[in-house]
Ligand binder design. Structure first.
Ligand code: CUA
Length: 383
């Protein structure tokens, strides 16, 4: 795999990457604020040093300063004002952080598995990509990410998002691209020899072009459908019912379980989410559903991270039509239609960081159609 070429920046000084997501202006504004504040304080303190050094310099060899006992007013002032200034940074930063790291309910979902040294993506419709991710402009995209080996970090500078991926955990991030084009994806955590080459591109396409791209892979089977096959092959079905109103087997019925509170043996309850399903597959003893025997075998080492994500997609799809949380397109039918979680981008405007007006002009060239191989030299490209 080739390393990523240095971006070709047209500005004389590349202060920051292109702004291509709804987060970017917010992050940049905070950054400018920090730089301005820091520059102001540096200048103010330097000026004060020079001014006082001159003003209070010793004029006679035997000169002694007047003793100063202290000043409560002065001390309170230089404590409270900096505190308030620091709090503006904290509040502003925290508000952006919470928006960026709490994914919205309604979003197009993509599963991401990192490994040394590549990024593997799977759309809910089943299309897989390596080191390339095609997405529509103006749609919220939620990434559920994990890694097969060591810690990596998913970093798209133009979107101002960066999220570590950690072995054994699902981490989520999301973004909404505001312009079409091709944007760099990097691994931002040193992960071994070819860390610097572990990157790729996000292709942001007009919705129509994206649909066309999706259709190009219409042979693909949805992630949920692939999960269903695994579910049969691995014998999950012999204990877990998947039908509505089916009789309870030796394990909990999985229909409609996703997103619910599940009582567990011992005490308490857990929300059935991606992480709980994953844990229940790999370490079933950890949180056994109340009322069931602790008899499920572990599948540790028998399923790849991608297969586990497909099983998760399948369990999510086991819900009344239209109620699959954020994954309306993830039914067991094969691919068709949009994958924006059943919510067209035009109706996703409750987004707290949505662009206020029309999208910015899209000077970037249209992302290439499927089959354009770009320059990343990846294996496993979609046909
Ligand atoms: Cu993966 Cu650095």
């Amino acid at each position: 795999m080739q390393s990523i070429p240095i971006p070709n920046v047209s500005l004389p000084v590349p202060f920051s990457p292109e702004q291509a997501s709804t987060f970017a202006p917010h992050v940049d504004a905070l950054y400018v604020y920090l730089v301005t504040l820091t520059a102001f304080l540096t200048l103010a303190v330097s000026a004060a040093i020079v001014f006082f050094a001159v003003k209070y310099r010793r004029r006679q060899p035997d000169e002694l300063p007047r003793p100063i006992a202290g000043s409560m007013v002065l001390e309170l002032t230089w404590t409270i004002i900096p505190l308030m200034v620091a709090m503006t940074i904290f509040i502003w930063g925290a508000s952006i952080y919470f928006k960026a790291y709490r994914a919205p309910q309604q979003a197009m979902e993509v599963y991401v598995v990192a490994k040394q040294w590549m990024w593997k993506f799977q759309h809910q419709t089943g299309q897989r990509e390596i080191n390339e991710l095609h997405i529509p402009v103006g749609a919220r995209v939620k990434l559920t990410m994990t890694t097969e080996d060591v810690i990596h970090s998913f970093y798209v500078p133009a979107f101002r998002i960066k999220q570590d991926v950690v072995p054994g955990r699902y981490l989520q991030t999301w973004f909404e691209a505001t312009k079409t084009g091709k944007f760099y994806l990097f691994c931002a955590e040193y992960c071994g020899t070819n860390h610097s080459g572990m990157g790729g591109y996000i292709y942001v396409m007009e919705p129509a072009a994206y649909q066309q791209w999706l259709a190009g892979g219409s042979g693909a089977e949805s992630a949920a459908s692939q999960g269903q096959k695994l579910f049969q092959q691995r014998g999950c079905a012999s204990c877990h019912q998947v039908e509505a109103g089916g009789q309870q087997g030796r394990g909990p019925t999985l229909y409609g379980i996703f997103g619910r509170q599940q009582q567990i043996e011992g005490d308490g309850a857990v929300t059935v989410d991606e992480s709980y399903i994953r844990e229940s597959i790999l370490n079933p003893q950890a949180k056994t559903a109340a009322g069931f025997q602790n008899i499920m075998p572990t599948f540790q080492g028998q399923l790849s991270e991608e297969q586990i994500l497909q099983l998760v997609a399948y369990v999510r799809s086991l819900a009344p039509a239209g109620q699959q949380p954020g994954a309306a397109a993830a039914g067991t039918q094969t691919t068709s239609g949009p994958t924006t979680g059943g919510v067209p981008p035009s109706q996703q405007r409750s987004n707290p960081l949505a662009p206020t007006g029309e999208r910015q002009g899209s000077p970037a060239p249209q992302a290439p159609p499927a089959g354009n191989t770009g320059t990343t030299g990846n294996a496993n490209r979609r046909p």
